[in-house]
Design a protein around this ligand. Structure first.
Ligand SMILES: [Zn+2]
Length: 435
């Protein structure tokens, strides 16, 4: 970076200001909740589930605010149905519905979500199978029902592969899907993160409460820097903006101008990570601009209600013993594993509960709560929590996730035509069982 730039750069300056508000409400950029759900509000004032036709208001970087359908609408197909009841659905149309229900942009950066197997020949999607994990027995089930699309919560293909051979069970399943013309889609952490998703469902097992997100999801705004500088006059402004536009590959620029105290023009231009160096380089020959240049790092706005893990302050505290019974019922399990917090008993009160579906230690670590609920934690992670007085309930990994499939099946089915059958796998189960 040039000395000129360093002189003008206010290190550590962050903005989270009206610019973000403008983005939230600009319609073109991110989300405008009132616009997005205005049609829904005619159905019910409390409605937060986006209607299927709201998709026209979204771009691939936009994320709906809330995806939790009111229970009383879970079977009211006619309220949500955007397509004729007997129309055939193509794969891409089903994928659009899935995107509305849980935008893939909500997934963790390390994850491998979305369409993982795409058949070469397109065919109408008539049978969809939901599963937590895609195993041999689930594939047999899919083949028997002439499945067109498998939605596997965990991605069956995760690490890069260099071959597709029968000796590897995941590669074998991918080949079977291709041979049968089946598509495979995985939502994984996008379902965990989305408001009304896996973690909200999990924490709901202990009853109502004030729920907050443990690891807040942020908006994936592409423009994360703002260049602020001054030019002498309109001619120089036009010249500079043309050059910056060329840096951005001809894309339109988001910028604002105002009259500067010295009679010049103050300019603010937002840009992405990738074009920042070239944009700064472009400004260097312009003396007034380069000497007045400030580079601001724009903080990504949080997406309320979305993110990993949940903390609930229960409206009605329960005992540890009652919490166990409620979670057994919620997850449909006969057995759970319990580590009682040090100094606590089964009759101790649980006012706050923190949950993370699957393997939750990294999200739950350090969270102050009376009870943790997750699928699995290591011995030492459990000891650390218990030593702080936090009781821990472990269900085994996928048992903390699988029950959401039934919830999701309802949400998906009401948004698809009658020509599509959505089923939850009967063969899918956690590999571990208590014997
Ligand atoms: Zn998992």
């Amino acid at each position: 970076m040039s000395p000129l730039v360093l002189m003008g750069c206010r290190k550590g300056t962050w903005t989270f200001v009206s610019l973000i508000h403008r983005r939230l409400c600009a319609g073109r950029s991110l989300i405008c909740p009132s616009a997005l759900f205005s049609s829904a509000s005619t159905v019910s004032p409390s409605l937060s589930f986006p209607p299927a036709h709201s998709q026209s208001l979204l771009t691939n970087r936009q994320i709906p605010v809330s995806l939790h359908p009111p229970a009383h609408l879970s079977s009211t197909r006619s309220l949500w149905h955007p397509t004729p009841c007997c129309s055939l659905m193509e794969l891409k149309e089903v994928l659009q519905v899935l995107e509305q229900l849980a935008p893939l942009a909500l997934a963790e950066s390390w994850d491998n979500v979305g369409l993982l197997v795409e058949p070469s020949k397109s065919r109408p999607i008539k049978n969809i199978l939901l599963t937590n994990d895609l195993t041999d027995v689930v594939m047999e089930e899919a083949e028997a029902m002439s499945c067109d699309l498998i939605i596997s919560y965990h991605p069956p293909l995760f690490r890069p592969i260099k071959r597709l051979v029968q000796g590897d069970w995941k590669q074998r399943l991918a080949v079977r899907a291709v041979e049968a013309g089946m598509a495979i889609f995985s939502p994984h952490t996008s379902w965990d993160s989305v408001k009304g998703g896996v973690n909200d469902w999990l924490v709901g097992g202990l009853g109502r409460g004030q729920v907050s997100v443990l690891s807040q999801a942020l908006c994936g705004a592409s423009h994360c820097h703002k260049l602020e500088f001054t030019v002498r006059n309109t001619e120089e402004l036009n010249s500079v903006m043309e050059e910056l536009k060329a840096c951005a590959g001809g894309a339109s620029l988001q910028y604002s101008t105002s009259r500067a105290d010295n009679g010049g023009i103050h300019v603010g231009v937002t840009c992405s990570d990738s074009v920042l160096p070239l944009s700064v380089h472009t400004l260097l020959p312009h003396t007034a601009a380069s000497q007045s240049l400030n580079i601001l790092k724009l903080e990504k706005p949080p997406l309320p209600g979305h993110g990993q893990g949940r903390l609930s302050v229960l409206d009605q505290p329960v005992t540890v013993a009652t919490a166990i019974q409620k979670i057994k019922s919620h997850l449909g399990l006969n057995h759970l594993r319990l580590a009682i917090g040090w100094g606590k008993t089964l009759e101790s009160s649980v006012c706050t509960v923190a949950v993370c579906a699957g393997s939750g230690a990294s999200v739950l670590n350090g969270v102050k709560a009376d009870l943790y609920i997750t699928g699995e934690m290591s011995h030492h992670e459990v000891l650390d929590a218990a030593a702080k007085g936090t009781s821990v309930i472990l269900s085994d990994h996928s048992n903390s996730e699988r029950g959401f499939l039934t919830v999701f099946r309802e949400r998906l089915a009401v948004r698809l035509p009658d020509t599509v059958t959505v089923a939850v796998s009967k063969a899918d189960k956690d590999p571990l069982e208590v014997v």
